[in-house]
Design a protein around this ligand. Structure first.
Ligand SMILES: Cc1cc2nc3c(=O)[nH]c(=O)nc-3n(C[C@H](O)[C@H](O)[C@H](O)COP(=O)(O)O)c2cc1C
Length: 273
């Protein structure tokens, strides 16, 4: 069973979970190929599914859905009736619309979804002062990743012919989710930009930007293209790129979701199977 194990991961958490899943799939005698579509160049051409029997797609939840650039990438795929599965990392807030929306996109591209999973992970905005799901994923999450890999490989091979049960219901339309996507600009009052004078112009920020938004010379991101993934901020070797302090917005966000930090910490990884 040859599996294309594709992931998008600007700040590394989804990559970490994908690597664990790859190892667990190898234990199940599957043959996974890890494919990182974070760099823009790797999303230029659509993935040819001909060499693979199945697809696993792992992405971070960005504003309740898969990131926009991944949604666009999915629409270019040709599933040809092959089985697929999704997994998401998320920072402790809303997640369930992502399962629905990504499933629809994959089914429209000709895949058959056989399972899905979600894994709490340090929220990207912790880089700006939030304290959501720090130190996740941890061993408890990797144990769920193991079970997910084992059960999903049985579904892929046809040994288990069941389909996933229903996801948590959602009434959100794609138009509403588009509005939610714009909301991050109210939380991040300005996009990542170079503030420090100590910049050697190494160009890593521009090189690794998954959307081609960051201009190293200007030290700024294009508002139209930036998805606020904060990969540039994390990867800058001189910590020259910053965002405004977000600590106050964390309390606001918790209140808006009607959740305390302790309630958030009780969230566990989950398989939809
Ligand atoms: C722009 C943006 C929007 C996000 N939206 C959500 C969200 O709606 N719900 C949530 O729980 N986490 C959200 N997160 C947090 C990420 O899903 C989480 O930190 C993820 O593990 C990051 O994955 P990565 O390290 O692979 O990039 C968001 C992060 C970013 C950058």
């Amino acid at each position: 069973m040859k599996i294309a194990l594709v992931f998008f991961s600007p700040t590394g958490s989804t990559a970490l979970v994908a690597e664990h899943i790859r190892d667990y799939l190898l234990d199940c005698r599957a043959v996974p190929t890890l494919i990182d579509i974070t760099p823009m160049a790797y999303r230029g051409e659509s993935l040819d599914m001909a060499p693979y029997d199945a697809l696993i797609l792992g992405v971070p939840v960005h504003s309740w859905r898969a990131p926009r650039v991944v949604r666009n990438w999915i629409s270019g795929l040709c599933g040809d009736g092959k089985p697929c599965s999704t997994f998401f990392t998320y920072g402790g807030f809303q997640i369930h619309p992502a399962h629905h929306s990504t499933r629809t996109l994959l089914e429209n591209a000709g895949f058959r979804l056989v399972s899905s999973a979600e894994f709490p992970a340090s929220h990207t905005f912790n880089l700006g002062g939030w304290k959501a799901m720090e130190n996740r994923p941890d061993e408890s999450d990797f144990a769920v990743a193991k079970e997910y890999a084992e059960k999903t490989s049985c579904r892929f091979s046809g040994e288990d012919r069941n389909l996933p049960g229903p996801f948590e219901p959602t009434t959100h339309t794609e138009a509403f989710l588009d509005e939610i996507e714009m909301f991050r600009f109210r939380i991040l009052s300005s996009l990542p930009a170079r503030k420090a004078k100590s910049c050697s112009l190494c160009g890593i920020c521009q090189e690794i930007c998954p959307t081609g938004a960051f201009d190293a010379q200007r030290g700024a991101a294009s508002a139209d293209m930036c998805i606020a993934c904060l990969g540039c901020l994390l990867r800058c070797p001189e910590q020259a790129i910053t965002i405004p302090d977000l600590s106050e917005s964390f309390a606001f966000k918790l209140k808006a979701e009607g959740m305390t930090i302790d309630q958030m910490q009780t969230k566990e990884s989950r398989i939809y199977f």
